[in-house]
Design a protein around this ligand. Sequence first.
Ligand code: CTP
Length: 407
Amino acid sequence: MRVVLGVGGGIAAYKSAELVRALQQQGHAVQVVMTQAARQFIQPLTFAALTGRKVIEGLFSEASPEETLSSAVEHIAVAQEHDALAVAPATADLLAKFAHGLADDFLSTLYLAFTGHVVLAPAMNNAMWEHPATQENVAKLRARGCRIVEPEEGWLACGSIGPGRLANPVAIAQEIDLLGIQKKDLEGETVLITAGPTQEPLDPVRYVSNRSSGKMGYAIAEAAARRGAKVVLVSGPVNLAAPRNIETIQVRTAQEMRKAVMEHLKQATIIIKSAAVADYYASEVPKQKLKKTATRLSIELDPTPDILAEIGQSKGDRLLVGFAAETQNLIEEARRKMNSKKCDMLVANYVNQDGIGFESDRNEVEILSRSGEIAHAGPADKIEIAEKILDQIATLRLSLHAADARA
Ligand code: CTP
């Protein structure tokens, strides 16, 4: 792989030289980019000597107008020419810049222009690492698909003990190396994914909805795209950025979700219905806001179309995956839904446990297949759970293809 290694300004910057060596030993070509602050800790010459390439240090060259012009677009060229961007040490400042899309130096600009894999190895004082601002930035970056190589616990340069020490360079190199063997087992598939909640209006200002954040569905969409599938994402209202390079259709109500799904159904070979669709809606929505006149309010609701059940009726050889978010009798409910909605697979999780499920970055699921098998995944990051779900889908797809070939 062609790896750009971004070196941030932290005491751990000297360990990046070891990371360069480890990456080279694995057969990767390395281009180093240093921030201004990194130069306070280690000389560019060290990296230039190790890589045999000029280290990139700034957005603009100070040499000549011609060089300035070519260096001004260098971040785009570097972004296009490399397969992975690794940043070690990723300082609190760099994480904040990446999370918020600031682009005021070469490395942050490169991050924005980069569409390949991103691996971040943070290193900083333990209080800075544990600060909610840093943790929120890390969660945001993780949700966007960046791999985070967590810092280790130990003695820190500032004298305190705790998490914050840069992970072992060999471990970081292994994490980067793994990207190169990214599975491409969904090549040729078109995956239609629904995610998030739906909102069913009651009047012009109110609606019925649920706590789904869409994080699980978005993680599956991004993982499926990484594995080579063409992905169409139909999303209810969520607070997540539309994934890059994925056709995303924003909808609000169950009716709109059904319409978008049906329009894209023909081209789909795999359908994953992770959305938490509202079960009821108000068929007659008043044009004006409801006024607080009654002492008790009853609202009549009608059932929404069950999109999954409808697809199940005429799915042909498409692989259909449903979801079930439950508060009790997980497996029985999941099995009942899988059978009644004619799914090939159903992913079930509890939504009444702290730290997993709705709104969380983590999840723990049971993956039921028609054959009767149940695979367990988690508790883990939703990105990891997404990969496990896709592993199961890819395996089932293969066995169905093999069965077709035998018939
Ligand atoms: N689903 C759907 N359309 C609906 C309701 C649900 O497509 N109107 C899909 C969901 O996307 C999910 C699966 O059906 O993949 C199960 O959703 P869930 O709400 O758990 O199922 P329900 O049949 O509505 O059962 P419950 O009574 O538990 O709400």
